[in-house]
Structure formats: C-alpha cells, structure tokens
Design a protein around this ligand. Structure first.
Ligand SMILES: [Zn+2]
Length: 239
C-alpha cells in the first residue's frame, strides 16, 4: 500500500514536470524572441538607410551651394559693371542662365533626398517604438513564466520530500523493481488490484491466478500476469 502512495506521488511529479515543460509562456517567449531578432535586423537596415541618405543629403546640399555661390559671384560681376565687351557680357549671361537651371535641378535632387531621408527616419523611429514595446512584452511573459516555474518547483520540492519519507518505508529491493518497471511501463510500475482487475493494464485477471493469489501470503510481492507490473492487493481486490 505504501508503494502505491509512492506511485501516486511519482505520477504527481511527472505531471508537474510535464506542466513545467509545456506552460504556454515558454512557446510565447520563444516566438517573441524570434520576432525581436527579425526586428533587430530590420532596424539595422533602416539605420543604414538613414546613414546613407544623410550622407547623400549633405552632398546634395554642397552641390547646390557650389553652383549658387558661383552664380552669385557672376551676378556680382555683372552688377558691378566689371564686364566690358559685349561678347564677354553675353557669355556671362549665358553662364548665369545655365547655372540657374543647374541650381534648380540640383535643388530638386536635394528635395528628393530630403523626402527619402524623412521617410527612412520615420520608419526607423517606428521600428524603435515596436522594439521597445516588444521588449516590455518579452519581460512580462518571462516574468509570468518564471513565476509559474517557481510555483511548480515549490510544489515539486514538497512532493519530493513527501515521496522520500514515504519511500523510506519500502524495502530497497521492492523499490528497485518498482523503479525498473516504472521506467519500462510509461511511469506506472505498481498498480492496485481492485474488483479482480489490475489498475495498471485494466485487465481482469483470470480465475486460476486469482485463486493462487488468495493463498499467497500477504507480504509476497505479486506481479500482474497480463502487464508484469507489481500488483498490490487492496481491501476491494475481489479475491
Ligand atoms: Zn496489469
């Protein structure tokens, strides 16, 4: 009977171990961590884009500035009346016209880069926001997971102590046999005999074996003829 108590406690420990392996927070944490990894990679891409476009914008600015200052210089020369010959005057006017067009084109380029930079920066900010929210969610799920672990571990520790006390009353030989059968038969090494039925395999034992059991001393270890588990006689054995 004491061995049946050990068996019940072992099954309880098996259930707790199973629950510890399968709590939903474990899968959830793994899923969120995978999501975070993807997000990290997206953020690197977005950050690289911002860096590249910032450099491109600076170059576009410098290009515009270079043309603008040359045009200003030409205009000042023109206004100052420093140009004498009509031919030189015409050539200077042409250059100013051409510089004006060039400046306008370069300003379009600059504007386009600025727009793209703005979009990239906004995307980067958005990803950073998502990352922060995800970090909080992961921390929350893992806190909940750890709390569940702590609860299960505390309960398991208590049952293990109870199991040790209970097993202390069972002989080593019987306990060794039980452990061996338990490993072999899916966690159940000892079963009760109730209403002529082995509760390990649910089979009803045949009449000749039951007669044999009836004449066997109480302290003899019996085995189920059907499944081989240790069979423990109870008050409702039906023998
Ligand atoms: Zn059986």
């Amino acid at each position: 009977m004491r061995l049946l108590d050990v068996q019940a406690l072992d099954l309880r420990l098996d259930q707790l171990a199973h629950r510890r392996r399968t709590i939903p927070e474990i899968a959830e944490s793994e899923r969120l961590r995978a999501e975070r990894k993807q997000l990290e990679s997206d953020m690197i891409t977005a950050e690289t884009q911002v860096t590249d476009l910032t450099r491109e914008q600076r170059k576009a600015e410098a290009d515009v500035e270079q043309v603008r200052s040359r045009r200003t210089r030409d205009e000042q020369r023109l206004q100052a009346g420093q140009v004498g010959s009509p031919k030189e005057l015409e050539s200077l006017s042409h250059e100013i016209e051409s510089l004006t067009r060039r400046q306008s084109d370069l300003e379009d380029v600059e504007l386009d880069v600025m727009e793209r930079l703005e979009t990239a920066a906004a995307r980067h900010d958005e990803l950073r926001g998502q990352y922060t929210a995800l970090e909080e969610r992961i921390a929350e799920v893992e806190r909940s997971r750890d709390a569940a672990f702590a609860g299960i571990d505390a309960e398991s520790d208590q049952i293990r102590r109870e199991r040790a006390d209970t097993a202390a009353g069972v002989t080593d030989t019987l306990l060794t046999l039980y452990e061996k059968l338990r490993a072999q038969f899916g966690g159940v090494g000892a079963a009760a005999l109730r209403q002529r039925r082995c509760e390990g395999c649910r089979m009803e034992l045949d009449a000749s074996y039951l007669t044999k059991i009836a004449s066997t001393p109480d302290d003899t270890v019996l085995r189920c003829e059907e499944c081989g588990r240790i069979l423990v006689r109870t008050l409702e054995s039906g023998v």
